[in-house]
Design a protein around this ligand. Structure first.
Ligand code: RNT
Ligand code: ZN
Length: 414
């Protein structure tokens, strides 16, 4: 408390009210991806192997194998994360009671247990159709497939998933982001680059034909997938243009899905000039789309700053997307989510209006000096106070709870 008071006084001199900042921070929802808990395995496949050009590497013990285990692990993580949370599910996390159905026949009832769990844990739910790890996606072609029957199967899946997202929104009284990422692409230089994109466009038109209340539809581009290096059907230009020409469909930015020197912190304000919603997948690419755990690094801080200073807190929908199987998976959730929140806090503690004014006056010397000064302000003291008020363990203490959980629960899983 003493450290908080002293830090708060320092920030006050910058014109920042830390009480107001903490009030804002606790209401910014961060959507936590369920798939970090089991290496994107899901509950449906017998062998559960991950396909589609993405990869989770590592074999740290204790991975969740059932809905009950995944929910328990998520609850542990939630108890160590302050603020407002959502959980992001994938279609392959459907819970079947007896009768199993294929992905094109999924219904809200297959997610009723998740809804019940979400209500109990006071979280909203986001959703993703799963266009990978399935026999009909064995050649990494789904919505752009040249075979009409396979394409129709995936279109039905896309429609079914949007209805599930609408069910989440209705049941939980909170919008549900429904994100479509497809693996479609080719390993070798294609003979036809336009055809697959025209087929994808047609598939998306069918999927999004009916407007569904409470659903925030989005499409996610990428540069390439493993084994699909030459060509990606759903490229950035393709989806940006699709979203721009289809009101109500948004372009999701995953910061692992661009060329290594491109940054989404710069794309955010570009898109905010045109879109009223920007869904995000925050991850950490290491040389490629490697989906490492989110750290409190410069780009994360820059992303948070753009969200805050562009007045984007209502427009940017923050979700996480990484999967590291080489460390304790619950810890990975906690580290990444808390880091996203720390970056937001740091952004809220900067005097953006003042810095903008210095830029507009052309006073770049002073701007540089002052921004560097703020970097060593006592933001950790504000963070500790925030955690205490939220009733979650602080930076020095939370890991002990992970160790206990590992010893008592995770290490007993076969
Ligand atoms: C893949 C995309 C996609 C997935 C999840 C599991 O490159 O980032 O968002 O990571 O849907
Ligand atoms: Zn993603």
């Amino acid at each position: 408390m003493e450290r908080y008071e002293s830090a708060s006084t320092k920030y006050k001199k910058l014109g920042i009210d830390t009480e107001q900042v903490l009030e804002t921070l606790k209401n910014i929802p961060v959507s936590i991806h369920c798939w970090q808990g089991d290496d994107v395995t899901g509950f449906e496949a017998a062998d559960g192997s991950l396909t589609g050009g993405i990869q989770a590497t590592g074999n740290y013990p204790g991975k969740a194998r059932t809905p009950e285990e995944l929910m328990a692990d998520l609850e542990k993580a939630l108890s160590l994360i302050p603020g407002k949370k959502k959980i992001n599910l994938h279609a392959c996390y459907a819970i079947f009671d007896g009768e199993k159905v294929d992905r094109d026949a999924l219904e809200p009832k297959h997610f009723a247990k998740w809804v019940e769990w979400a209500k109990k844990n006071h979280v909203g739910l986001d959703f993703n159709p799963t266009y990978f790890s399935h026999p009909k996606a064995a050649d990494s072609l789904t919505l752009s497939h040249p075979d009409d029957e396979i394409r129709a199967f995936w279109v039905r899946h896309g429609i079914a998933c949007r209805k599930i997202a609408a069910y989440f929104a209705k049941e939980l009284g909170c919008e549900s982001v429904c994100n479509s990422w497809i693996p479609d692409g080719y390993k070798e230089i294609p003979a036809d680059r336009l055809g697959p994109r025209l087929r994808l466009k047609d598939s998306l038109d069918q999927i999004f034909a009916e407007k569904l209340p409470g659903v925030v539809d989005c499409v996610e581009s990428k540069v390439f997938g493993i084994g699909l290096e030459a060509y990606t059907v759903g490229s950035s230009e393709f989806y940006l243009t699709y979203a721009a020409t289809h009101p109500g469909v948004y372009n999701l930015l995953d910061n692992g899905h661009y060329h290594p020197t491109e940054v989404i912190s710069d794309k955010l304000p570009a898109l905010l000039a045109f879109y009223d919603r920007i869904p995000l997948h925050v991850t950490r690419p290491m040389r490629w789309d490697s989906d490492h755990v989110v750290l409190l690094d410069d780009e994360l801080k820059e992303i948070a700053k753009e969200i805050v200073r562009c007045d984007g807190l209502e427009k940017v929908m923050i979700g996480l997307d990484y999967f590291d199987a080489s460390i304790n998976r619950v810890s990975a959730w906690v580290v990444g989510t808390r880091n996203m929140q720390k970056a937001l806090l740091a952004a809220l503690l900067e005097p953006h209006a003042h810095f903008k004014a210095l830029q507009d006056e052309g006073n770049f010397t002073r701007l540089m000096a002052e921004r560097e000064a703020v970097k060593v302000y006592p933001f950790g003291d504000i963070w500790d106070e925030y955690c205490a008020r939220q009733g979650v363990a602080n930076e020095d203490d939370w890991f002990a709870e992970i160790e206990t959980y590992e010893k008592e629960i995770l290490s007993k899983r076969g």
